[in-house]
Design a protein around this ligand. Sequence first.
Ligand code: SAM
Length: 249
Amino acid sequence: MSDKSPSPDERLQREFNRWADEGEGEKMERHHLDITEKTIRRMDLRPGERILDLGCGSGWATRLLARMVSEGPQGFGQVVGVDISDEMIRQARGASKDFENVMFVVGSSAQIPWEENFFDKVLSVESFYYYPDQKRALAELFRVMAPRGRLFILINLYKDNPYSLQWVPKLKVPVHVRSAAEYVELLKAHAFENVEYSQIPDDTPTPEGYKTTSFHSLDDLKAFKRIGALLLMASKPDLRNPAPGYTIY
Ligand SMILES: C[S@@+](CC[C@H](N)C(=O)[O-])C[C@H]1O[C@@H](n2cnc3c(N)ncnc32)[C@H](O)[C@@H]1O
């Protein structure tokens, strides 16, 4: 018998492979579509851009992004989906055969399998609070983002939406629970600039009689959607041409 306990990344991979096997990858599209579309509108995507979808799951948002950056006067845009669950990545690849400009790679937020200074924009939907080492994830994001690249982190579980805290005991892996203000400080501490946040309500209707296992009641689910998700936005500074007052250490 092996006494080696799984690493945090191995635990995440096992748990999200289980989610994928149970069809959760597909279901998440329904739950996250409204807030993700609102976020994508803010990303101001242009044909030709290079985009990372970190924690892409079954890849539905990756494909939305791919349609928006595909071919245009600026050239051929590419989208890379990275996820720690090899089963999610297998499903994402299977559903994306018609796309020439997407690629899915198994990888961890602790070591994003890509070169530095590459991505113009990064989207991460409902994934960031699972990362065991969020500081390392931010350092990795900073590394792979292009100068002046833009980061968009969307999360539903955070202190300022108290209804979301009902999930914490139900989850089988540890999570971070921070406030919007704490996240802003974390991003600033990792040298991101133009750090701001916004709350994105989920306007999808909640049918009467809808069965929820994640919330104590339907009223709590409705209140959770009304308060909405946290969208964190930031830029990587252009270190070759820093803004006035920006200090390079
Ligand atoms: C709640 S799901 C969201 C998936 C997808 N973004 C969506 O909205 O459908 C969280 C995803 O993050 C991935 N994930 C969790 N921790 C990760 C890590 N440390 N590095 C990369 N991906 C991770 C999981 O495997 C899972 O697919």
